[in-house]
Every structure is written in C-alpha cells, then in structure tokens.
Design a binder for this molecule. Structure first.
Ligand code: NAD
Length: 245
C-alpha cells in the first residue's frame, strides 16, 4: 500500500488535466450516510419521497422526509479532510474539476471552485413556477410545503429527483472534463447510479489513469481501475497529499 501511495502521489504530481469523481462515500466522514447499505438513508426513509411524480401528488409527505434528511441533518454537516485535500489540489493547479454526485455542497464549502454537480444541490430551493432560487435560511420550513413569496407556488430542492433529467450544463461540462482528463480520482462511489457512473469510464476510454479510493470494491475495481486504494477517503487523501512535492 505504501508503495502504491507514493506511485499515486507521483502520478498526481505529473498530471496535466486530472479530475475527481466523487460519491456519497466522500461525505461519510462528515456524518452523512450513503443511500444504500445497512446504515444507508434508504433503511430509514422511503425513496419515493424523492420521486418527481410522488412529490407533485404528495408535496407535504415528500417535504416531511426532505426536511428531515436534507435540512435538519445535511445542513449541519461540515466538510472533512477529503473535501479539503481536493480543494488544495485545485489550488495547486493539479485538479481541474470535481465532478460530484453529491448534493451536500461540501466540496464548495471546503474551497473547491470548479465543481460540476451532476445531481444538483440540496442547499438551494427553486420555485417551480418562476425559477427563483432560495437558500434554506431564507425559507420557513416549519410550514410545509414551503412556497415562493412571489407566486405562492411550491418550492422544490434544487437537486435531481428520480424521474428528472440531469442538469444540462453540469452534464456537458462533466463529460468534456472526463474526456480531456489524463487522471481520474474515483472516490467513495459504487458506480451504480447512471448516467453519472459513466464519467470514469469515459475518462478511461480516452486514456486516463483511474485511481480509486473506497472502503470497499466497487463496480469499477475489477474493470477500469488502475490503482485501488482501500480505506477511508480523508485518511488516504491526506496521506497522498503529504507525498506530493
Ligand atoms: P453509494 O451510497 O451508492 O455508495 C457509497 C460508496 O462510498 C460505497 O462504495 C462505499 O463503499 C463508499 N464509502 C463509504 N464510506 C467511505 C469512506 N469513508 N471513504 C471512502 N469510501 C467510502 O453512493 P454513490 O455511488 O455516490 O451514489 C448514490 C447516490 O446517492 C448519488 O447519486 C448521490 O447523489 C446520492 N447521495 C448523496 C449524498 C451526499 O450528497 N452526501 C449522500 C447519499 C446519497
């Protein structure tokens, strides 16, 4: 492992167009559980609360679960060492973009500037009528569903629900960055959610070296991964960062 960490640090130091592709695992050490698995969010909540049709038909029921998961809980989480190292790599000019499936805003809070949010962001709410954006702090979540002050229509969290398209700009820019990448860091993702899961595969098809960090093997490990580093994202990234000159 030590030898691999040094090799990976050297590859990162010499990269020209590296990107990171992150999933729920990068935020686990911030206290946000993944969706799947025994302690995952879906063991406590019904995924249909994030289904677009269900949301329109049952806004109060959907909003009760959304408030509990994304505002009472996510809203209080802070970034961890993994988010911080990615922001530092960008500042050093070694990381060109973070493509994230996460919706928790923690990459930006850690200082990352170029973040393509494949599934949107829970820390913004949008009026489905006029498109006005609100911050959670500007909205009264004691009365559900929250409504736009202008036209009294329901607000929706600005992340991608089941049955909704991927935001067009994030999709296009993520693919561009993946196709231009010489290295891709794949951190804390199972690679099961499509179409996001194709980002590392696109990078690999265009010649990128795939470095994977995960506590467990994923869909990528036996297929496209060149270096599999098993362990916690923050511990491994912090160690790699100390080896980068
Ligand atoms: P996932 O829940 O399918 O998988 C999480 C992955 O993280 C697993 O492979 C697991 O082994 C790994 N992992 C767990 N702890 C880790 C750690 N400390 N260090 C490194 N790896 C660790 O997540 P996914 O593949 O990202 O896809 C699920 C979907 O759920 C995504 O679309 C995402 O939008 C959404 N989601 C987001 C958040 C968030 O914003 N923080 C949280 C839950 C789910």
């Amino acid at each position: 492992m030590k030898e691999d960490l040094q090799k990976v640090a050297d590859i990162i130091s010499n990269s020209k167009s590296m990107i990171a592709f992150t999933g729920a695992g990068v935020s686990v050490e911030s206290g946000i559980p993944p969706f799947r698995g025994p302690n995952g969010l879906w063991s406590r909540y019904d995924p249909q609360c994030l289904d677009l049709d269900y949301f329109h038909l049952n806004p109060v029921e959907s909003w009760k679960a959304i408030k509990s998961i994304f505002y009472d809980f996510f809203g209080k989480a802070s970034y961890n060492g993994a988010h911080k190292v990615l922001a530092q790599l960008e500042e050093k000019g070694l990381l060109k973009a973070v493509v994230t499936q996460n919706i928790d805003n923690l990459h930006q809070e850690a200082g990352s500037k170029i973040v393509y949010e494949f599934h949107g962001n829970s820390q913004k709410l949008i009026c489905l009528q006029c498109g006005k954006i609100y911050l959670p702090s500007e909205v009264n979540l004691d009365e559900l569903p929250p409504k736009c002050v202008k036209d009294k229509k329901i607000l929706k969290p600005d992340f991608v629900f089941f049955g909704e398209d991927i935001p067009e700009v994030a999709y296009r820019k993520s693919l561009q960055a993946a196709r231009a990448a010489d290295v891709v860091l794949v951190i804390g993702t199972t690679g099961e959610v499509m179409p996001a899961a194709m980002i590392p595969t696109e990078a690999k098809r265009n010649g990128a070296i795939v470095i994977e960090i995960n506590t467990e093997e994923s869909n990528y490990t036996d297929g496209i991964t060149d270096f599999f580093l098993q362990g916690k994202a923050s511990e491994l990234l912090e160690e790699i960062y100390t080896l980068i000159n």
